[in-house]
Design a binder for this molecule. Structure first.
Ligand code: AMP
Ligand code: GLY
Length: 421
């Protein structure tokens, strides 16, 4: 089969490495991929948001199956456009990707179908939002409706901060049209768990749970990032919590999307908070998480391509989806200064012994040499029998990767370890 994977991050690298384990995957193209992904797929410089370019390439190159992983092309309708040309895809159609593309949609969906989430109000009028904040419970959370590169969520600990967030989104258009509507919601507390799932709209199969580390600094300090590391499984996701999530959140979400005529097929990501009142949905994503994928897929013992095909062909109930009992830890190496100002184009050296465990997010290859080309440069994942062993092995491998101004958090997995004791 000739496969096409849309995207260019560490997540896409993890998907590609896993797809390659199936001998049926004769050829994999990455659009656009990156200098590190080039070791595992043929990279073609077509942007992930260039839907016409992607479709054109897929048709000309007789692609048998396409995997669309990032949020923007999914929300823009990449799957609909590929399917219209007869190319089967893994990923939700546009009318289902809205579960991530619009927070107003997802909040209203949860309210309508009784799926537990933070209490909220929606505003399209700035003055109404500002006056609501005069009496709203504090802390509160202000969210831009649309996609905002993960930056559209402000946790406000004072009324002034909350109002500043509203002004920045609605008056100053910090996120463009994504801030035309906003959600102001209840501040929830508790450990966070990421659960990715496969669903074909009939069956939903949760993958092993994971824990992201979103803040730039140790002990969860500093700015929010795209994710500085992950561990799986997440010790807060106990069998009892998992059972409640299936009954109160996962199955009702699949049913709700069907009832709305928006059947979701692909990877549905549940960002959960385990509150004193039980698990609640913080956010849905219409895709694999990054860097959750870099710990979840290395633990997948079954064949990813076969699972994806089963999702597309709506026969997931008969597919084998088995995860290892082991633990995984992924540590991200970023360019110092990320997520703000940082330097790029530093020579990147990766010892051959660790290459199979490396997922490259931001690198270019020039004349056979890899250079850094992004805030998050790469991740390295270790799979071991226990979490402490996985953490130690991941940090050990990280020492075999060098570039100028390399920055890693030193405490990936520490919070999970505390939960185990
Ligand atoms: P999101 O972009 O929706 O993933 O939100 C980013 C982060 O903000 C989440 O991972 C949570 O840590 C935090 N967050 C979002 N909504 C809430 C909430 N209602 N209460 C507390 N924290 C939240
Ligand atoms: N790691 C969170 C996300 O992919 O949105």
């Amino acid at each position: 089969m000739k496969l096409l994977v849309v995207g260019s991050g560490g997540r896409e690298h993890a998907v590609i490495k896993k797809l390659k384990e199936n001998p049926k995957a004769e050829k994999i193209f990455a659009l656009p991929g990156n200098g590190g992904i080039a070791a595992d797929a043929e990279c073609v410089p077509i942007a992930a948001t260039d839907i016409d370019g992607i479709v054109d390439f897929a048709v000309k190159n007789e692609i048998d199956y396409a995997v669309v992983t990032p949020d923007d092309p999914l929300v823009l309708g990449a799957v609909d456009a590929l399917e219209a040309k007869g190319i089967p895809c893994f990923g939700p159609r546009k009318n289902a990707a809205v579960i991530e593309g619009s927070k107003v949609f997802s909040k209203n969906l949860m309210k309508k179908y009784g799926i537990p989430t933070a209490k909220y109000e929606v505003f399209s009028d700035m003055e109404a939002a500002l006056s609501y904040l005069d009496t709203a419970p504090i802390p509160t959370v202000v969210k831009a409706d649309g996609l905002a590169l993960g930056k559209g969520v402000i946790i406000a600990f004072t009324r002034e901060e909350a109002k500043a967030a509203v002004l920045s989104m609605m008056r100053d258009k910090a996120f463009g049209k994504s801030g035309d509507n906003i959600v102001i919601e209840e501040f929830l507390e508790g450990p966070e768990v990421s659960v990715l799932s496969f669903t074909d709209g009939k069956t939903i199969v949760p993958m092993v749970s994971s824990m992201d580390h979103k803040r730039a600094g140790d002990n969860d300090t500093g700015l929010n990032t795209g994710g500085m590391g992950t561990v799986a499984p997440n010790p807060y996701y106990t069998p009892a919590v998992a059972e409640r999530c299936m009954k109160e959140i996962f199955l009702p979400t699949v049913a709700a999307m069907n009832a709305e005529g928006r059947t979701f097929k692909g990877c549905l990501y549940f960002g959960l908070m385990i509150t004193a009142d039980g698990p609640k949905v913080i956010e849905y994503n219409c895709r694999f998480g990054d860097p959750e994928t870099q710990v979840v897929l290395p633990l997948l013992e079954s064949d990813l391509l076969e699972i994806m095909l089963a999702v597309t062909e709506e026969r997931l109930s008969g597919a084998e989806v088995r995860f290892s009992e082991k633990s995984a830890c992924c540590v991200i190496a970023a360019s110092a200064g990320y997520p703000q100002k940082y330097e790029k184009h530093k020579p990147l050296s990766i010892d051959e012994s660790v290459l199979p465990h490396v997922y490259v997010a931001g690198a270019v290859k020039e004349d056979g040499v890899l250079y850094t080309n992004g805030g998050r440069v790469l991740g390295v994942t270790a799979v071991e029998n226990t979490l402490p062993e996985a953490i130690e092995a991941a940090y050990g491998m990280m020492e075999k990767i060098t570039f100028e101004n390399k920055y890693c958090r030193s405490d990936i997995g520490a919070r999970a370890m505390k939960a185990l004791h």
